[in-house]
Design a protein around this ligand. Structure first.
Ligand SMILES: Nc1ncnc2c1ncn2[C@@H]1O[C@H](COP(=O)(O)OP(=O)(O)OP(=O)(O)O)[C@@H](O)[C@H]1O
Length: 290
């Protein structure tokens, strides 16, 4: 997963970024320093600030405090086109108007690399072909975007981002709409690319399997950061998501098992779990219904 080729000043990083809109703090002093080539998973409940942080990293929004830099320069001084040559984003709900084919959509990824009004070069065409192949869309290339399934649209957006040949890839819940095979394929693909990737994910087990490091957001603040084994503890998950879990340390990565509310792992007692009645016959102790 790691392709350590650059110095620490290089790459995309967020330094103590905050964002307030309409008197509400959406992000509060978050620092994110991806190491070159690594995959960072952004975790956190709905509304915790994951998409907002990705928008700041993409330069779509500017922070109200702190700074996002690309190779040491604040994004607002780098220029949109230069940022677009380096940073590709895949959003949650991509909409494409007009009657574009899949190939047309993927070719949009080449725009930052092309001069205005100039035709696609052989390099552009090769990048589009490669991106279609990598996402398994070659035989869909001439199909209209509108006729694609939700999962195929998602893959076409990933292909567009790959055609952009970015150094940094920002993905906002890219596995939405994908069946399990494509979820695994996609994360395998992204983590195998020579790019630095920041991925907002809801699936803790996929995050544990594929991310080098995780950053957990809660109410706009970063509450944990580290490897999946360091971060994905029952205490952290219960605190952030409010759900009971059991975490099994694996040789490669931890495995999270969600428990029905009202139940708890063997040996644990808590406010949600009444102690077993001592006078019930063996085997008769019942868990509370979830
Ligand atoms: N332009 C905006 N104006 C006001 N509030 C906003 C704006 N954009 C986002 N928010 C709020 O900021 C909070 C964080 O939103 P964000 O989309 O970053 O969360 P998220 O962690 O990506 O959530 P989800 O998992 O549901 O996608 C939310 O409460 C959202 O309503």
């Amino acid at each position: 997963m790691n392709h350590p080729v650059r110095t620490s000043e290089e790459g995309l990083r967020a330094d103590r970024v905050s964002l307030g809109i309409g008197g509400r703090i959406l992000l509060d002093g978050v620092t994110l320093v991806p190491r070159p080539g690594e995959t960072i998973g952004l975790l956190g409940p709905n509304g915790s600030g994951k998409s907002t942080l990705l928008r700041l990293l993409a330069g779509v929004l500017g922070p109200s405090a702190g700074v996002v830099t690309l190779d040491g320069s604040p994004l607002n001084r780098v220029g949109r086109r230069a940022v677009a040559r380096r940073v590709a984003t895949v959003q949650q709900h991509a909409h494409t108007q007009t009657e574009l084919t899949v190939r047309d959509v993927v070719a949009l990824g080449r725009i930052p690399h092309r001069r205005s009004w100039s035709p696609m070069t052989p390099d552009d065409l090769a990048a589009v072909t490669r991106a279609l192949e990598r996402t398994g869309l070659t035989d869909r290339a001439d199909q209209s975007w509108h006729t694609l399934s939700g999962g195929e649209r998602q893959r076409a957006q990933i292909a567009r981002a790959l055609a952009q040949e970015p150094g940094e890839l920002l993905l906002d819940e890219p596995t939405n709409h994908l069946d399990i095979q494509y979820q695994l394929d996609l994360l395998e693909l992204v983590t195998g690319l020579p790019v630095t990737a920041v991925i907002a994910l809801h699936d803790l087990n996929l995050a544990a399997m594929y991310c080098d490091r995780l950053v957990v957001l809660k109410d706009g603040g970063a509450v944990a950061e580290g490897t999946p084994s360091q971060v994905l503890t029952p205490a952290l998950i219960e605190d952030v998501y409010g759900v009971p879990v059991e975490v099994t340390p694996g040789s490669d990565h931890p495995v999270v098992r969600f428990l029905r509310r009202g139940s708890a792992p063997p040996g644990r007692t808590g406010p949600d779990r009444p102690p077993r009645a001592p006078d019930l016959p063996a085997g008769a102790a019942q868990e509370r219904p979830g």
